[in-house]
Design a protein around this ligand. Sequence first.
Ligand SMILES: Cc1ncc(COP(=O)(O)O)c(C=O)c1O
Length: 420
Amino acid sequence: MPTYTSLQASDPAVYAALAGEMKRQKEGVELICSENYVSPAVLEIMGSVFNNKYSEGYPGKRYYGGQEFTDQVETLAIERAKQLFKAGHANVQPHAGAPANIATYFALLEPGDTVMGMDLSHGGHLTHGHPVTYITKIFKFVRYKMKDVESGEIDYEEMLEVAKKERPKIILAGFSAYPRELNYAKIKAVAKEVGALAVADMAHIAGLIAGGAARNPFDDDFDVILTTTHKTLRGPRGGMIMTKDPELGKKIDKMVFPGYQGGPIMQMVAAKAVAFGEALKPEFSDYAHQIVKNCKHMAQFFMDRGAKLVTNGTDNHLMLIDCVKSWNLAGKEVEQLFDRVNITLNKNMIADDPRKAMDPSGVRLGTAAITTRGMKEKEMDVLAQFMLRAIEKRNDEKALISLRGEVKEFCLQFPVPGIA
Ligand SMILES: Cc1ncc(COP(=O)(O)O)c(C=O)c1O
């Protein structure tokens, strides 16, 4: 583990912020479903001298000299990613999830082409064509959505109808706020029928797939999978694009560099290698399955006490609670209330939300980070009880202060990796 002694001496202001963040992470419950705690080994390599090296190009084909060790770590990252996801080809250089999406669009499309993705109000992500993103000036985005928001089932018939009319070049499977498993075989069949590529953005569930707790879209013949390497996969912040098709692999490599990005962030590439090595171990499969068990358990706990969940449950690491229907509170009120008792989650739109994005009806929460801390079903009950108590006592300042103390005591029993 790196020590921060030199930072403390050379920059007390930044050190103070770091110390505050370490304390916040130790003493609070992290339920933001896209967050996680990396291992000490991943933290160590991220703060390493690989930062100092410029490595434009790919292993064995770089623009500058001195690449013996950068080639070693990037090759390790690539080979481990291929093994983990049963891919034929992996590009581990995308700086994050959004650049991985953009590089994939640029590699596979011409300006003006159409992409079909999940409706943003039904769980799709900003990078899948939200009107605020610049990418919508280059490509056209059309949508599919749930047929039934009570079960979460996607309307695959409508998907086919729209695809036949709009002729997308990519059908995108992926989400940031959808608690069910997609039927990749059906999506691939639609893509095949209209001559589109089937692309999965697995940012949220990559760790579940790696650990065998969610289906791998390559098993249903998907053409490309892209992902972040943080979130459930528990690696450094970064992105990655994989395919089984060597020709698509060449197009993707050419677009990531030099088409779209500059030099790889080599300490992050090295950290991807470390994280993928961890994910290949049998313990990671136990971890991935426990994330889902914990999430289902907590969802059931809430539903048994009258809460209304979007799709009435979950198959993965996240759930969406309709706070208006559950507790007659807005999502923002619940987020702020929980902040006061050291419980962190985010307000979120629910399907067909009648309210606005900045003041939506729901909250989104997930179990990836708390599972890393070693919490199991028993602890899910404790956490859900804390949350229900905060709601019940929301107007009782003294009760909330006392609850915050209890939450802190509880958290300190479950160490955060990398923080002494
Ligand atoms: C499905 C999906 N794709 C892409 C991204 C963007 O990733 P990043 O924030 O690393 O750019 C996210 C982030 O939440 C996501 O959920």
